[in-house]
Design a protein around this ligand. Sequence first.
Ligand code: CA2
Length: 161
Amino acid sequence: MSTFLPFLSIGTPVKTILVLNGPNPNLLGTREPAVYGSATLADVERLCQEACAAHGFALDFRQSNHEGVLVDWLHEAGRAEAAGTLAWVVFNAGAYTHTSVALHDAIKGAGVSVIELHISNVHAREAFRHHSYLSPAAKAVMAGFGVKGYGLAIAGVAGLG
Ligand code: CA2
């Protein structure tokens, strides 16, 4: 049996799914449970770990409150996808979804496959949450499944084969 960790025993390279979180999900589980539920960001990471393990992916889970850091991570992800080591990015950009041309440009410029994800149904909320700068650059969009959406997004990527 192979002891080379990035490979399954059958020799198939394991690709990574990068789960990126933007500003404020570090507050999950502490505020607004009616909107976001009671799971913490650590719970979300565990859920993603389980979903990735179930579908044969490695997980890279990150959160930053800083737009430029997210831009740098998207560039890094684009290089990893081009090198064949990254499958997709599951991206909850938080409020930057509704404000950031820089993140739009980073997704497009990096040529990275992104699923835009929101815990809440942003279209059933305030009008300022209805517009997304990311959706036109993303390959897929999902919203309103609560934190379970992260696992569903990972299953969706797996379903693409
Ligand atoms: O529904 C989502 O996942 C959002 O991306 C969450 C963002 C919000 O700005 C988007 O419109 C929709 C907010 C991130 C979570 O921030 C929290 C703040 C307080 C308590 C819990 C979470």
